[in-house]
Design a protein around this ligand. Sequence first.
Ligand SMILES: [Zn+2]
Length: 191
Amino acid sequence: MAKLYFYYSAMNAGKSTVLLQSAYNYQERGMETLIFSPAMDSRFAGGKVHSRIGLTADAIAFDQAFDLYQFTANHQAANPTLACVLVDEAQFLKKPQVMQLTDIVDQLDLPVLAYGLRSDFRAEPFEGSQYLLILADNLIELKTICHCGKKATMSARIDQQGRPVKEGAQIQIGGNESYIAMCRKHYKMSG
Ligand SMILES: [Zn+2]
């Protein structure tokens, strides 16, 4: 029985690294994988997954209108060894696209591994993560730590002067801001 898995964390917990390792494990056994990543990821050209430790893989870029179910159904028909679907930066999915992931599992009988942020820098939900938390069969937390050593559950946005910011657009295209993972206590004390 295929399942929908949601691997969630704060920023910089190594989500893309885990995704690429999982894809490699399938490919090593002769099973094909399909990797989706958002076209809006401005850090790199669309169609790639990059991890901070240097691993990289080709991916299918999706925007908000992209039908992940239809693409996967067509791909499966042409590639019978397709064994798994992986989604990078899954917080950027829209609600209908999360439903498409459930259709990939329920109708195509393919496991789906989605990786994304639990919440944004304002401590507000992302649409994709919100519905994945509701609809996924399995929730797996990827852990990283705050500077104090406690588990980090929050992602703070840091401006160019190194100051935490708590307001602004959820997605900053082409921005120079960076993010730091923090525990809740230190997130509340910042900014
Ligand atoms: Zn802390």
